[in-house]
Design a protein around this ligand. Sequence first.
Ligand SMILES: [Zn+2]
Length: 465
Amino acid sequence: MDPLPLTSAPDGIAWPAVPDGSGAAILAILFQLEQTQWWPAERLREAQHRQVAALLDHTWRTVPWYRDRLAKSGYQPGAPFSRDSWSRVPILTRADVVSAGDALLSVMVPASHGGLGEIHTSGSTGRPVRAVRTELWELFWRAFTLRDHLWHRRDLSGKLAVIRESGEGKAPWPDGAVSESWGASSRAVVRTGPCVSLNIRCSTEQQVDWLQRMDPDYLLTHPTVLHGLAAHCLDNGISLPRLKQVETISEILRPGTRSLCEQAWGVPVVDTYSAREAGYLALQCPEHDHYHVQSESVLVEVVGSDGAPVPPGEVGRVVVTPLHNFAMPLIRYEIGDYAAPGDPCSCGRGLPVLRRILGREQNMLCLPGGRRIWPLLSSSDLAGMLRIAPIRQYQFVQKTFETIELRLVTGRPLTDREQTALGNFVRDRFGHPFQVDIVRLDEIPRGATDKYQDFVSEIGGEDAP
Ligand SMILES: [Zn+2]
C-alpha cells in the first residue's frame, strides 16, 4: 500500500506527483514533522521557544489587551524566550476569553497568514467561546491530520464511516450522507476512498444497522457512541468484517472502551486530543495507548494548583499556547481539561507524553467540605452497576452538595430493591451518604454540543458548605 497516494495538480502529470500550492505547503510541513518527531526533547523545546518568542512579539505589537499581562511578567518586547518571565504570564481562562471578546483579536494579522475564519465552541462549560483562525493555521491542522494517518498506518484508499456532530437533520438514518473523500484535510494532498456519515443523534440500533450496510474500513466517532456500538454488537454477535481501526475524537476516552472494542470487533482504538480553538494538542503514540504532545503546533503545560508543572504521573490542569494562530493568539490558555504527564516514550519520539487525559473541571464530583474527586467509573464499577439492574444508559447529575440524580434508560421499570441497591452503589462509589434520586428516561439527551457526559455537575462554581 502506498502510504500517501498524492494528488497531482498539473494536467498529464501522474508521477511523481506535483501538488498544488496549499498541498505543497502541507507536504513541506509534513516533511519537517517526519524529522522533528525524532528530535531529542531539549532540541524540540529550543525550537518551540523560538516560535513562542515570535508569537509573543506579534501579540505584544498587535493585541493591546495582552500588554499589561505581558508587562507584569517582565516581558521585554522582542526579547528571546525566558522561562522565568513565561511562568509569570497569567493563565488565560475561558471566562477571560469570553469577557475580552474582540479585544483578543490581532489588529494586524500578517497578510501572508491568509484569510480569517471563525468557529464557536462551548465545550461542556456552557460558555461559548469564539475562535478566529487564519488559513495558515488550517494548513498546519491538515499537516497534523496527515501525521495521524501516517502514525496509525491507515490505508487511505479504504472507506471511512463517520458518526459525529453533523447538525440537526443532517445525514439522517437510514442512508446518512456520502462524500467522495475523507475531507478537506486529506483532499488537498492525497487521493482517498469515500467517506460515509450518519447523524450522531440516531439510536444505537440505527447506527449499527447503518454500519453493517456500509461495511467500512475505518470508523471515526465519539468515545461514548463507540462504547454503545461495541456493547450492542458484542451482545448481539454482530461483526463488522472489514473494520480495521476506530478513531475517537471530541470526548474523553474512558477506561474499558478499548477492550470492549477489541472484544466486539477485534480492532484497536486510536484516540486524538484536539480542541476547536487550539488545534491538535496530542495524538496517540503509534506503539502505545498514551499520547504525544504535538510540540510543533502547541506548547502544552500541565500545572498544579500553584501554577508549577506537575511531575510525571500526577494530574494537573492543561494550559495550552497554540503557536501559529496570529489572528487570535491564546497565550497560556487554560482549556478546562486535566491530564497526567508521563515519562519519555520508548518509541524514541522526543515529543512529550501525556499518560492520561481527564475530563473537564465542571464534571468533577464535589463533596461537602470542598474536596473534588473524579467520578470516572472503571469497567468493574460498570459491571457492578449492570449486575444490579438492566441499565442501557446512565448519567449522574450532581444537583447539590448532598443530592445526586441518577438518570437511567432501562428495559423495564425498576423494582424497589433494585433502586435501593443502586442508591447504595452510588453512595459507596462516591464515598459520601448522598441522597440519590433515580429518574427513568426513554433517552438521555446529549448536551448542546452533542457531547455526551456520564457525569454532570450543576454546582460547578458554588462554594462548598
Ligand atoms: Zn511513543
